[in-house]
Design a protein around this ligand. Structure first.
Ligand code: PMP
Length: 400
């Protein structure tokens, strides 16, 4: 949680600019603007230093060997488990578990194939958010397919959404839930609309007994994420989106409803250096303050959205009314996705890169219930600057 008093107003810009200097790839490329942090985040020097230090002083395998480097590596992994629990504001770290996986996609698949398949019984129902990321849809269908091959029938119901805001429709969800509902998959922050999906309302709608699995890929590292505040049973995220190295994801599980999560089978050598980088990234994020990162990225996203609204050919996707720092409707985060009426999204992506902007421009890995046309996504982080947003708006205005 934030350690220093929060700067207000312009100070937040100075704070971001000081942080920006800590990201060598960002500071070293002043002519380029990296606006694709929802795809993967850049790494601060502190994380790179820990990687270098680990590999040059202690690199060994974990849980094997009795010499100091091996022992240090084993402890590092245990300490990082504790670090993850603290970062997630875990209310009961003695009973929860943290398993390291390669990322959100693998983590959700492990929950599906190693946990859900064992928990579900004939006639059970699960609810799947098909308009979220594909990684939070296909694993649940895979699990149901595996059960069907064993002769166990499980029904998959589609998560209902509100048509205007694209938030979950918790009234219709409450009507869908029955005593057979065992499991609901949800997303914390939507990767296309940047919207907080109000998971606390989902818990209220489904009652106390249903297991909730939360895809936290777009929230951890971007805003405070509290397992004390959110009564979910699983939280899964990718280290690489939270400033750590790729291959360092997490499955956190509360272990309150049903068996605690444990991956099936023999686990080989863990991604030791990735896990070391994750610990360093969480330390960096704690020092920077997830709450400040949230306020800064929301402010930049609002600036970009406000600018786009004045340019006729652009359509910003998702609920616009809610993009305000203290919105009680549906809080939006540092992701702005849009289309140009006449320019294809892929072409717009190339045009923007010719001006130095790196953005995502394609179908954005949506599940089958999501957007059917490509779009351009701008996603921000602590190191993103107001100048980048303003320059982008200038270029977009030139195409209007
Ligand atoms: N879920 C969401 C919401 C995402 O944004 C992403 C990454 N785009 C994923 C899952 C998959 O993450 P990864 O590729 O790191 O496994």
């Amino acid at each position: 949680m934030p350690v220093a008093p929060e700067p207000q107003g312009e100070d937040l810009a100075a704070w971001s600019s000081a942080l920006r200097a800590q990201f060598p790839i960002v500071a070293g490329n002043p002519g380029l603007a990296y606006l694709d942090s929802a795809a993967t985040a850049q790494k601060p020097q502190a994380v790179l230093d820990v990687v270098q230090e680990y590999l040059t002083t202690s690199n060994a395998n974990a849980g094997r060997g009795t010499y100091p480097w091996a022992n240090r590596t084993t402890s590092l992994i245990e300490e990082t488990r504790g670090r993850v629990k603290a970062f997630l504001d875990d209310p009961d770290p003695d009973t929860s578990t943290v398993h390291f996986v390669s990322g959100t996609t693998e983590g959700l698949r492990r929950v599906a194939l190693d946990w859900l398949v064992r928990e579900l019984r004939e006639g059970d129902e699960i609810i799947v958010p098909f308009a979220d990321h594909e990684a939070n849809a296909s694993p649940w269908l895979e699990a149901v397919g595996a059960l069907a091959r064993q002769g166990t029938r499980v029904t998959v119901l589609e998560m209902p959404y509100q048509s205007a805001s694209r938030d979950y429709d918790t009234e219709r969800l409450a009507e869908l839930v029955s005593p057979r509902t065992r499991f609901v998959a949800v997303t914390h922050v939507h990767h296309v609309y940047g919207a907080d999906m109000n998971v606390h309302r989902v818990r209220r709608a489904v009652g106390d007994d249903v297991v909730l699995c939360m895809d936290a890929a777009q929230s951890v590292g971007h805003l405070p994420v509290s397992m004390t505040a959110l009564d979910v049973d699983f939280a899964v995220f990718s280290g690489h989106k939270a400033l750590a190295l790729p291959g360092s994801g997490v499955v956190w599980s509360r272990g309150k409803r049903g068996a605690a999560f444990a991956p099936l089978g023999w686990s080989g050598t863990p991604n030791t250096v990735g896990i070391a980088s994750l610990g360093a990234a969480l330390d960096w994020l704690d020092r920077a303050g997830p709450e400040r990162i949230e306020r800064w990225t929301v402010r930049l996203a609002a600036r970009l959205t406000d600018g786009l609204r004045t340019l006729a050919p652009y359509e910003v996707l998702g609920c616009q009314l809610s993009l305000a720092e203290q919105s009680s409707v549906q809080q939006r985060h540092g992701i702005v996705t849009f289309r140009h009426r006449d320019i294809d999204a892929a072409d717009l992506g190339f045009i923007l890169f010719s001006h130095g902007f790196m953005v995502r421009a394609d179908g954005l890995c949506q599940g089958r219930g999501g957007e059917t046309r490509s779009s351009v996504r701008v996603s921000l982080h602590a190191y993103s600057s107001r100048e980048e947003v303003d320059r982008l708006l200038e270029v977009l205005a030139g195409l209007a």
